[in-house]
Ligand binder design. Structure first.
Ligand code: HEM
Length: 507
């Protein structure tokens, strides 16, 4: 008893002193200016209470507003939506300095609340920074790194030749043909699967999933649902909550779409009839102790590759077609280059690429002019960074405005103009100063970029070598004029009803 009271007499003053110290530390932490008090956020438009800058934003094409704000406030702009901070990066120079240089800090993604709702949370592009994402990127690196993708060149060449044949057979279906080429490259590489030219069950399943997600989730809805996750709990009958019905269908469809082509590869491997593919190669290397988890990663990566790679390649080719119809002079110059280097007795192949700088300039300009993924995918800062006197606070979504970078007046003269010559030096070489922003930045940079670049290059080189793409003629015999139109969305597609194509076999 005595010893107990001794302990308490010793402990009590110590406890009091400890509490006083804790209180002092707590108060001084409250009073101590935080980094946000000392370092300002980048400038930006004045937010309204609660909604922030929502009403000032072109919600269908937010990149246009961000670009305008970039001109007013600078290369870094702070935007607030429903209390969340978004830092918009409007210049490639700053994106490189910030995201490429501090890539570990910017490798996270925001919680894309709708991703789970739509059953799309397997998608590599949506994964938070962590072990699961690292396992995905390891697989992508193995299959799609620069040295590995050269093994697909002959397959991509065959598909490009098939595209030319299809365009000649039924030019009116050019959109479908460009889509088939893009999709069939991915299906062959990922699953070793030769898809049927029409109504392929696997492709239809994935396309349905993509279609349902993108039509239910316009960028506008995505912004609002992302900012107020509670809205996702609204019942499907609630006015404006129709997306919940699509979400339920997507959640049912997604596991089927992910599993069906994967299971086919496994079946074919079991019967020794599988062609070599990303899935079969990865399955062969699987560690049996961790089979279930690793199979899931392979399945998820395979579907992510399809989701990210098929439409984007097709959309780039559509932009190329539109550019060629509108700019016959660029088409003629590229064809003359191919004729001079390759001749007329064979088609271009990848070994010709270094000798065809103008064709590469056309490709670069197609990507710059079309700015396919205008806001890339948001990154998230995992710690505070001070850049040029401004704070990029921990937890802020960092949005790279690839649109503004591709149309930057300080980098490109007359940026709205399609002009491949801007990428050619006086002595006719491909300029080395170009910063290609189309694939994003940092550790989340597009892992399919080498594959996509090769697919697009061989397709455009084969088309230019064999076909003249021009305006179609209407019933009265006049050429149909076209106005370039791009649809808005997470990716920007050429409005397919704004091109009328007439490919003619070249002499
Ligand atoms: C012309 C075609 C393509 C374009 C313009 C494109 C562009 C992009 C962009 C801008 C990003 C976001 C990068 C960032 O967060 O900074 C991205 C991410 C991604 N891309 Fe591509 N891409 C294309 C084709 C492909 C292909 C063919 C594949 C697969 C084979 C692919 C797989 C991915 C994946 C998995 C991600 C997410 C990466 C991550 O979050 O870690 N992409 N792409």
């Amino acid at each position: 008893m005595e010893s107990l009271s001794r302990v308490s007499t010793i402990a009590y003053p110590a406890l009091c002193a400890g509490s006083a110290l804790a209180l002092f530390l707590l108060i001084s932490t409250w009073l101590r200016p935080t980094i946000e008090d000392r370092v300002p956020l980048p400038p930006g438009p004045q937010p309204l209470p609660l909604v922030g800058n929502l009403f000032a934003l072109d919600r269908a094409r937010p990149w246009l507003t961000y670009t305008e704000w970039g001109k007013r406030y600078g290369e870094l702009v702070t935007v607030r939506l429903f209390g969340k901070v978004y830092i918009i990066v409007n210049s490639a120079k700053v994106a490189k300095a910030l995201i490429d240089r501090h890539s570990a800090v910017y490798s996270d993604r925001p919680v894309i609340a709708t991703s789970k709702l739509f059953g799309m949370d397997f998608n590599t592009a949506h994964l938070r920074y962590g072990d699961r994402w690292r396992a995905h990127r390891k697989m992508f690196h193995q299959v799609f790194r620069a040295e590995a993708v050269t093994t697909y060149h002959s397959l991509q060449t065959q598909k490009a030749h098939q595209l030319v044949r299809d365009l000649l057979d039924s030019p009116e279906n050019f959109i479908r043909h460009l889509g088939s080429m893009s999709t069939s490259v991915i299906m062959a590489i990922v699953y070793g699967y030769e898809m049927s030219p029409q109504n392929d069950p696997f492709v239809e399943g994935i396309s349905k999933l993509v279609g349902m997600t993108s039509s239910a989730l316009t960028p506008e809805k995505a912004i609002i649902l992302g900012a107020i996750p509670l809205l996702q709990r609204l019942p499907a009958w609630f006015p404006g909550a129709g997306f919940k019905r699509s979400a339920t269908q997507c959640r049912k469809l997604a596991p089927e779409v992910i599993t069906a082509p994967f299971d086919l590869v496994k079946e074919r491997m079991a019967s020794w009839t599988a062609s070599q593919s990303m899935v079969s190669d990865l399955l062969e290397q699987i560690d049996q102790k961790d089979r279930v988890a690793q199979e899931q990663v392979i399945k998820d990566c395979a579907t992510s590759a399809f989701l990210a790679g098929a439409d984007s390649t097709q959309a780039t080719l559509l932009t190329f077609v539109m550019a060629m119809v509108l700019h016959p002079e660029a088409q003629t110059r590229a064809q003359a280059e191919i004729d001079a280097v390759v001749g007329k007795d064979r088609l271009p192949d990848f070994s010709d690429r270094p000798s065809l700088p103008y064709v590469d300039a056309v490709l670069r300009e197609t990507q710059r002019w079309g700015a396919l993924v205008p806001l890339a995918v948001p990154h998230v800062a995992i710690s505070d960074v001070v850049y040029e006197g401004y704070l990029i606070p921990k937890g802020a979504a960092v949005i790279t405005n690839l649109w503004a970078m591709a149309k930057d007046n300080n980098v490109y003269s007359d940026p709205a103009q399609f002009n491949p010559e801007r990428h050619i030096t006086r002595d006719g070489r491909l300029s080395e100063t170009f910063t290609d922003v189309s694939w994003g930045f940092g550790r989340r940079v597009c892992p399919g970029r080498y594959l996509a670049d090769a697919s697009v290059w061989i397709a455009i080189a084969s088309i230019l070598a064999t076909l003249n793409i021009g305006k179609a003629t209407g019933k009265a015999g006049y050429e149909i004029e076209i106005t370039p139109e791009f649809s808005a969305g997470l990716a920007m597609y050429v409005h397919t009803n704004s091109i009328f194509l007439s490919p003619l076999f070249r002499d």
